[in-house]
Design a binder for this molecule. Structure first.
Ligand SMILES: [Zn+2]
Length: 129
């Protein structure tokens, strides 16, 4: 139920920080060698934004595209990724961890959910070298 929760666009500065963080996360994922370059590149064009507010429960969501089962890469599989805006200001690493979590959903797909492969990959964050 959506009730009266407002859509959140965020300020230009907040959106820059979101996209900067997403770029940093994708760079780490690329450097790790754990993911296909096609998936990483395809996620460069994923729509990123903020969850409606107030949002007391979720840190982020990955919404799949209508044709996600036919998609051949993560970018095609993904409609958009939304995160909780307050994380932009916290600077405690939770924004990056959440973006990684949502990118993993994009790569591993709807049917994997939070399954074993997902958990194994998530445990590797921050992909330290
Ligand atoms: Zn999840």
């Amino acid at each position: 139920m959506l009730r009266d929760r407002k859509r959140v666009i965020g300020t230009l500065e907040e959106r820059i920080k979101l996209h900067q963080a997403a770029g940093d996360v994708l760079q780490r994922m690329s450097t790790s060698g754990l993911f296909s370059e096609e998936d990483i590149v395809s996620l460069q064009t994923a729509i990123l934004g903020f969850l409606r507010e107030p949002e007391p429960r979720l840190l982020g969501i990955c919404s799949y595209s209508r044709d996600h089962r036919k998609a051949t890469n993560a970018g095609e599989r993904t409609w958009r990724i939304l995160v909780k805006r307050s994380m932009i200001h916290d600077n405690d690493g939770e924004l990056e961890a959440t973006l990684y979590h949502e990118f993993l959903h994009a790569i591993l797909g709807h049917d994997e959910g939070h399954g074993q492969a997902f958990q194994n990959h998530e445990a590797l964050w921050p992909l330290g070298r």
